[in-house]
Every structure is written in C-alpha cells, then in structure tokens.
Design a protein around this ligand. Structure first.
Ligand code: SF4
Length: 468
C-alpha cells in the first residue's frame, strides 16, 4: 500500500497530519480523514519535508492562498530566494510555488524545503526545459528523472501538465491569445515537433508511482486556460478539463492526492459555472484557481481584477487561490507587490469563507468591528489583515500616542465622527427617547419611502403623470 495521506485515510487511519490540520481548522479529525479518503481535500505533505506544518486544502475548509516565487535568468542567488520565501509566508501565503528558471535550482529548492513551514510546489517541466535546452529536446526519461529528484528533495505538490492532448491543440486555433500557460506552451511546442502524445500523459502511471512513494500531491495543470475574456469557457478549455477528470481518477487508483488547476481570465457571470463544472467532472477534487481576472483592461491593477474573480470562485467552491500581483503581465514582482497581491487574495479567500458560512470565519470580522466601535485602535491594528499597513496609515495623520485612544480619526474629524456621535446619542438616552416618541407610520419620511418593495412608482415619486 502507498505511504500517503489518502492511503492512510482510506484504511481508516487518522494520521498526525490529519490531527494537526483538524486542530488548525477547528474541525473533527474524523471529518478530515473522510474528506481526504474521498479525495475532496488534500494535505500536501511530502514525507521528506521535515519543516512542514501541515495544512489542508478542500472546499469544506478555509480557502487557501498560494504565492509564486522563484528566480529567473537575471536574478539568482540563494539569499534573495530565501528572503522571497520569508516575505510570502510573512504576508500570509498558505503554500508557495517555486517557479525558478535561473541557476542553482537544486540548492534553492532544497533550501526552500528546509526552511518552509508551508507546502512547497514546483513545475518540473521548467527544469526539464532548462536541462534539455529547448522544449522539443525534452524526453520522457528526463521528465521522470527530474520528477523523481524533486520528490526526493521534499517537494509537496507538483504541477503536471498531463491533461493537454495532441487532439486538443486545433481547438485553440481561433483564440485571441492562444495558449498562455507557460507549461502548456512548452507541451504544445513538443507535440508539434514530435507528432506524438503529450510526454507527461505517456508517463502518467510512472509519475503516479513516484508520487505514491514520497506522498507528492498532483496539481493537474490547466495548459489551455483562457488568457483573455474572449477565450474563456471555450471548447479547448473544457476538453482539457475532461482529461483532467480522467487523470484525477487514475491518480486516486494509486492512492495519490489530487488538486486540479483552473483559469485564468473569466467574466464574472461565468465563474461559478467553471467551478461547478470542475467539481462535477473531477468528482469533487479540490479546485485551485489562478484569479480569475474578470476584465482584461487594467494592467497594473490585476491583483484587484483577479481578486474579484477569486472571491466569486471561493464562494462557488474553489479551495485554493493562486495570487496575482499588480505586476501581472508587466514584470517580475518585488516585495511590495507580493504584499499587495497576498493582501488582495487573503481578502478574497476570507470573503468567500464568510459568504459560505465556514464555521468561525465571521468571528474575525465581528472582533474587528467591535474594536472599531470601541475606538480600540491598537486592537484594530493587531486584528487587521495587514497590521503594519493599518498602523502606518493611521500614523500618517495622527502619529502621537494619545490619538491611539481618540474617539475619531482624521477621515471625518472629531466633529463629524459618526461613531462618536452615535455613541454619545446612545449614552445620553437620546436614541431610546427617539424610539419611544417616533411614530414611523405618520412620519412624512414614511410617505416618501413607500412603497418599500416592488417596481418603482414614477408617478408617486415625481408627482407627475408618467404619460405626460
Ligand atoms: S472619524 Fe469617521 S472614519 Fe474615523 S472613526 Fe470616526 S466615523 Fe470612523
């Protein structure tokens, strides 16, 4: 039997990792075990990742956020890469993907695993291109060798672009932006050159065996995800999704855990459809979405365009959101971009959890709101999603210590602070008196506001005959 979380769960065992995530999420360990056994959630926990604090990804649990880091040809040193990991974890990343394509990939990956309390993900295809020298020079032996090496190094989950098949490529012909997934474009190039089936698809069973040995989780790549609104939900995207459903079931046969990746760029009104379709086609395997961006017109603000889509996806059942930074489509993000991207995505994830009634999710909002109404500024800062940012903004206009007790801030000022006015009114009994003496039925306000529901009555509000 495979030595994986899903194998243990299926045999009825509650592992240490399941106990830990149950505690972190305030859930029953037996429920966690059942979710893992059914493939509805995953605990990415490579057996060689000693520094890991296990976490769980599934629609029944808190929505998670991934941050991508990694070097490129131009920036490559170990210290900088470890700093990037630190920044991502500090600002709240639940998992980190090392997408490095520069030099010292092994040393950097090993250092990431050694120092990371969160799961580390990779895309082995990138290292294969690097070693082979070009996409078309990749061989199945090389792919398997790299995947095995990364599994031994302790990588917790890997993006495997096995779902794009040769027969899917013609379906992308009429697209506005073609194939935008980096891995997808590499596989497509290989397919065109060799005239054979996707090499990752060819060796899928061998990959499952490696993953089963080390407990690596699949993150099945969506090579044909749309790169713009015009290409969203097209035949190519959904044809690949069908293959991802088949690959999910095949991995489960090997007792290997599976995440499924999703788009991309999708208009708001079609995001829930995407989530429902993936959940249906992939038998409820956790959905891990990139954004999606809900409009293509805002380069420089794509952490916002995509966080809107991510919040809708989270509410619809996506389990993990891959962050997008303001630099998306424009350049390599720096620390401040990582901070802004993670803040946007943690907001999206939490908003989804609140909307879904995840047990305990609203408690955070309620605690902060109470501190706000109490003018407990220090408590507000410490409860804030980004405490440093909140404190910094307050300090910009009211830096002195005494303002941390003040019953106003510089936004409305002392005279017009609505919360202070409201509190004072309640304190001296004015509110209670108003409630006792006001007859809403006979108030002129009631007349103006009627009817409260239904179609707008133009004649009533304008006092004119609408046919005039
Ligand atoms: S001044 Fe305005 S923004 Fe500031 S605490 Fe009062 S109501 Fe809130």
């Amino acid at each position: 039997m495979a030595n994986t979380q899903i194998a243990a769960a299926r045999s009825g065992t509650i592992t240490e990792e399941m106990e830990r995530v149950a505690k972190r999420e305030n859930r029953d360990p037996a429920f966690v075990r059942q979710q893992i056994a059914d493939g509805q959630a995953v605990i990415p926990a490579n057996r060689h990742h000693d520094a890991l604090d296990p976490m769980i990804i599934g629609r029944e649990f808190a929505t998670k956020v991934n941050a991508n880091i990694g070097n490129s040809e131009t920036t490559s040193d170990l210290e900088t890469e470890l700093e990037k990991l630190h920044t991502a974890v500090h600002y709240g990343a639940d998992t980190v993907m090392d997408l490095g394509t520069g030099s010292d990939l092994d040393a950097i990956r090993e250092a990431h695993v050694d120092h990371s309390p969160v799961p580390i993900g990779t895309v082995p295809l990138y290292e294969a291109v690097k070693q082979a020298g070009s996409p078309e020079a990749i061989t199945t032996d090389l792919l398997l060798e790299i995947i095995e090496k990364q599994a031994e190094q302790g990588v917790d989950y890997m993006t495997v672009h096995a779902g794009v098949l040769a027969e899917h490529l013609p379906l992308t012909d009429g697209r506005k932006t073609g194939i935008v997934s980096r891995g997808g474009s590499i596989v497509a190039r290989w397919l065109e050159e060799h005239g054979e089936q996707n090499p990752l698809f060819q060796i899928y069973d061998e990959i499952c065996e490696v993953f089963a040995e080390h407990d690596v989780t699949f993150s099945l790549g969506d090579s044909l995800r749309p790169g713009c609104l015009a290409d969203a939900c097209d035949e190519a995207q959904y044809a690949e999704l069908d293959t991802l459903g088949e690959l999910t079931r095949r991995a489960w046969e090997y007792d290997v855990q599976v995440l499924v990746e999703g788009p991309g760029h999708v208009p708001m009104d079609r995001i829930a459809e995407n989530v429902r379709r993936q959940q249906d086609v992939c038998d409820g395997a956790p959905f891990y979405v990139l954004g999606p961006l809900v409009t293509d017109v805002a380069p420089g603000y794509d952490h916002i365009t995509s966080a809107i889509g991510a919040a809708i996806a989270a509410q619809a059942g996506a389990a993990m959101l891959c962050y997008v930074t303001p630099k998306e489509h424009l350049g390599l993000p720096d620390d401040e971009d990582v901070r802004d991207g993670l803040a946007a995505y943690r907001i999206a994830a939490h908003a989804g959890d609140v909307a879904n009634g995840l047990p305990g999710a609203r408690d955070w909002d309620d605690a902060l709101s109470e501190a706000r109404y109490e003018f407990d500024w220090r408590e507000q800062f410490s409860l804030a999603l980004d405490p440093d940012r909140a404190r910094e903004y307050h300090d910009q206009t009211l830096p002195e210590d005494n303002y941390k007790e003040a019953r106003f801030c510089s936004m409305c000022g002392v005279e017009f602070c609505s919360m202070r006015i409201d509190q004072d009114a309640r304190a001296d009994g004015e509110m209670a008196q108003l409630a006792a003496t006001t007859d809403l039925e006979s108030s002129p306000a009631a007349e103006v506001n009627l009817p409260p529901v239904g179609t707008h009555d133009a004649e009533r509000s304008t006092g004119r005959d609408v046919d005039e």
